[in-house]
Design a protein around this ligand. Structure first.
Ligand SMILES: CC(C)(COP(=O)(O)OP(=O)(O)OC[C@H]1O[C@@H](n2cnc3c(N)ncnc32)[C@H](O)[C@@H]1OP(=O)(O)O)[C@@H](O)C(=O)NCCC(=O)NCCS
Length: 262
């Protein structure tokens, strides 16, 4: 364990007494067991590691074996699942829910209205926004308050990755195991397994659940718009997929799985 990171130590933005640990007898033997989801405990699990410089507001839940690093900010009601890593200077806004095994890299900003599935990677400096048409003031010039604007939610589905410095514009969904390239600006929904990059983000191709680029029958990287029923394969782990034109995304072929899960 790094010297600066001790079990269950955290600064609670002046609310030290709100730091509640789960008594051992209330904890499941296996925190990932289906019968007792870790996120039902609105507390900081004793096995979580929170750096002393992190700011943890009220009613935050932190799951087993999750680490929160230097100066990370977890705002009111944020919920982190098991085995997450929250990097230095990361910001997790009010009420944001993270699944299990999520990595939020240094300086990433995850705003209110964002939902993060299991096994999601959020790269350094990435920004997940929540207001599609932002204004500081109302039509009559007063400071805009919470009731004066509408949150446009973002969903990051299980297993997807958001590249370094990418911006995801409010009101979009990034599909399961999709990958957003570094510096991309995502303005539209990203299908499951799609690889997108650029500003605005366009589809470059497709990626496997393991993260590698999928290839077509000739071995070349799969095209952004495969032909109907095209079969795509992963040169790294051997999984295979078929393109479904109705959904515009890929479906994993049965029995091709090698155990990668989000
Ligand atoms: C998007 C990505 C996965 C593509 O990787 P790749 O398959 O090796 O792609 P290539 O390098 O073969 O590039 C293919 C084309 O896309 C372009 N491209 C690649 N990444 C791009 C990006 N992030 N934004 C815009 N264009 C990009 C390349 O310039 C190239 O264009 P060209 O054909 O006109 O020359 C990768 O570049 C990327 O951004 N990964 C995310 C890295 C990251 O943020 N990691 C976070 C942890 S530190």
């Amino acid at each position: 364990m790094p010297a600066a990171l001790a079990p269950g130590i955290g600064r609670l933005a002046g609310r030290a007494l709100r730091y509640t640990l789960v008594p051992a007898e209330r904890r499941p033997e296996d925190p990932s067991a289906d019968s007792v989801p870790s996120q039902e405990f609105h507390v900081i699990d004793p096995t979580a590691r929170v750096h002393a410089s992190a700011e943890i507001e009220a009613d935050v839940a932190i799951g087993p074996r999750t680490s929160v690093w230097n100066r990370a900010v977890l705002r009111n009601g944020a919920t982190l699942g098991a085995e997450c890593i929250i990097g230095r200077d990361a910001f997790i806004d009010e009420g944001v829910r993270l699944g299990d095994r999520v990595k939020v890299q240094n300086g990433a900003l995850v705003y209110h209205g964002v939902t993060v599935g299991n096994g999601v990677f959020i790269g350094p400096g990435a920004i997940l926004t929540n207001d599609r048409f932002p204004r500081a003031v109302t039509a009559t010039g007063e400071l805009a308050r919470g009731d004066d604007w509408t949150v446009s939610p973002i969903e990051l589905a299980d297993g997807c990755s958001i590249g370094a410095g990418a911006v995801v514009v409010a009101g979009t969904r990034v599909g399961r195991f999709a990958t957003v390239g570094a510096g991309a600006v995502v303005t539209r929904d990203v299908p499951d397994y799609a690889l997108v990059a650029g500003n605005p983000a366009r589809r470059l191709g497709w990626v496997c659940a393991c993260g590698a680029r999928l290839v077509g029958p000739t071995g070349a990287k799969a095209a952004p718009d495969p032909s109907t029923d095209a079969r795509l394969a992963c040169p790294r782990c051997g999984r295979s997929y078929v393109f479904n034109p109705e959904s515009g995304s890929l479906l994993e072929r049965p029995a091709s799985s090698t155990g990668v899960s989000a």
